[in-house]
Ligand binder design. Structure first.
Ligand code: NAD
Length: 376
């Protein structure tokens, strides 16, 4: 069990870094935040020393990219609207070639994690500075984690070249994000923060971001679901997403992310929805091994229990609660657990096959999370 005070400062022996103490070297882009903040785009491009920006988007968000192009006039080198989920290598190559051909000296990624991910794939080879304008709550813009899919396998890594230089958070740009996607994308963000609180390399600063990020999202989400056009609620959600992304960018993850990567990678289950279903169960699994983290998660949610509070929040927001409804088959539970056990991530609670089977069985059926003990 990790020994930490409530503040997240470590009280155990620090000589055995990183488990006993912590290393904290915050990495973060410049952030411009606020309703209407996109109006600062041209100035921000200038501050990067850039003159020709390639604008990236998905086909669905072409209109937003055209708006950006109009706003920056001569500084627009063109639009590449081919961003898709999981950054296929072919798309990355095409976008890199376009950036070269247009002599772009920066990339503007307007959209969610898929579009930011495409910008990262370009930056990985060219070091082209990225200016990200996130329109979901996924948080990729705050991390130096990239992922590129080749021959059906997504390879991920960390590289400081892919961390965006500037991020413009404008809650008005999230008003068009459908409520269902908003909820699952935000719970995906909450998963980064929750696991950051009990990550192997957790540190007190990241824990403050994590708790505050969870609190902002737990407060903003119900108001956003009630009134999707409420800019104040959308602002709280985007603020929370920023902090949760910052946690992912600065500390590691654990069992929850391993499960989601396995379910997404081998069964092709949808990314944010899978995070949404699994999170309460992963928290229950780790409850006994990371009690301080659980107290902080519960406090942020305004609940007596982290796992149950997360489950109730997701359910009250109308989010999916079972893997079955995401398209998983019951027969796939055992192979998934085998994959997790073959190549596990570090986790505060010991991973055992019977407990993982029970976790996935609960998540598959959409049951309330079960808090099992280490020795079960
Ligand atoms: P997404 O980027 O795939 O977007 C989903 C859909 O929503 C797209 O069609 C997009 O065009 C649309 N959309 C986005 N914003 C919209 C808006 N405001 N209004 C209307 N439509 C909008 O979804 P996502 O959840 O943001 O990102 C998921 C991807 O990001 C996954 O591939 C995941 O692996 C990756 N991710 C990476 C990191 C990282 O640190 N590298 C972190 C989180 C997520």
């Amino acid at each position: 069990m990790q020994q930490m005070s409530d503040s997240g400062a470590v009280v155990a022996d620090g000589r055995g870094l990183p488990v006993g103490g912590f290393v904290c070297a915050p990495q973060m882009p410049r952030v411009v935040f606020g309703a209407g903040a996109i109006g600062h785009l041209e100035r921000e491009i200038g501050l990067l020393g850039a003159r020709r920006a390639l604008i990236l988007c998905t086909p669905e968000q072409r209109e937003s990219a055209e708006l950006v192009a109009r706003m920056i006039g001569d500084r627009s080198a063109g639009i590449f609207d081919g961003a898709v989920m999981h950054v296929p290598i072919e798309v990355a190559r095409e976008a890199r070639a376009r950036a070269n051909a247009l002599e772009a000296d920066c990339a503007i990624a307007i959209g969610g994690g898929s579009t930011t991910g495409l910008g990262k794939a370009i930056a990985l080879e060219s070091s082209l500075p990225i200016l990200a304008i996130p329109t979901t709550y996924a948080g990729s813009e705050m991390t130096s984690i990239y992922g590129i899919t080749e021959d059906g396998i997504k390879k991920t890594g960390r590289d400081s070249r892919v961390l965006p230089k500037t991020v413009i958070y404008d809650p008005e740009l999230t008003l068009s994000l459908p409520v269902g996607l908003s909820v699952t994308s935000a719970i995906n963000a909450m998963a980064h923060a929750a696991e950051g609180l009990y990550a192997q390399d957790a540190n007190p600063l990241a824990s403050i971001w994590a708790e505050e990020g969870l609190r902002a999202l737990a407060s903003g989400l119900p108001r956003m679901v009630d009134r999707p056009d409420d800019v104040a609620a959308r602002s709280d959600c985007l603020y929370g997403a920023w902090l949760c992304g910052l946690v992912l960018g600065n500390v590691g993850v654990a069992l929850h992310h391993k499960l989601c990567h396995t379910l997404g990678g081998s069964l092709n289950l949808p990314h944010a929805e899978t995070h949404t279903v699994v999170l309460p169960h992963a928290l229950a699994y780790n409850a006994a091994a990371a009690p301080q983290a659980m107290r902080r998660i519960a406090r942020a949610l305004g609940s007596a229990d982290a796992a149950q509070g997360m489950f109730d929040l997701a359910r009250s927001l109308g989010a999916p609660t079972s893997l079955r409804e995401l398209g998983m088959q019951e027969s796939q539970i055992v192979p998934c657990v085998q994959i997790v056990m073959q190549n596990p991530y570090w986790n505060p609670a010991r991973l055992t096959t019977p407990r993982l089977l029970r976790l996935l069985d609960d998540a598959y059926h959409g049951r309330r999370p079960t808090t099992t003990e280490e020795n079960e």
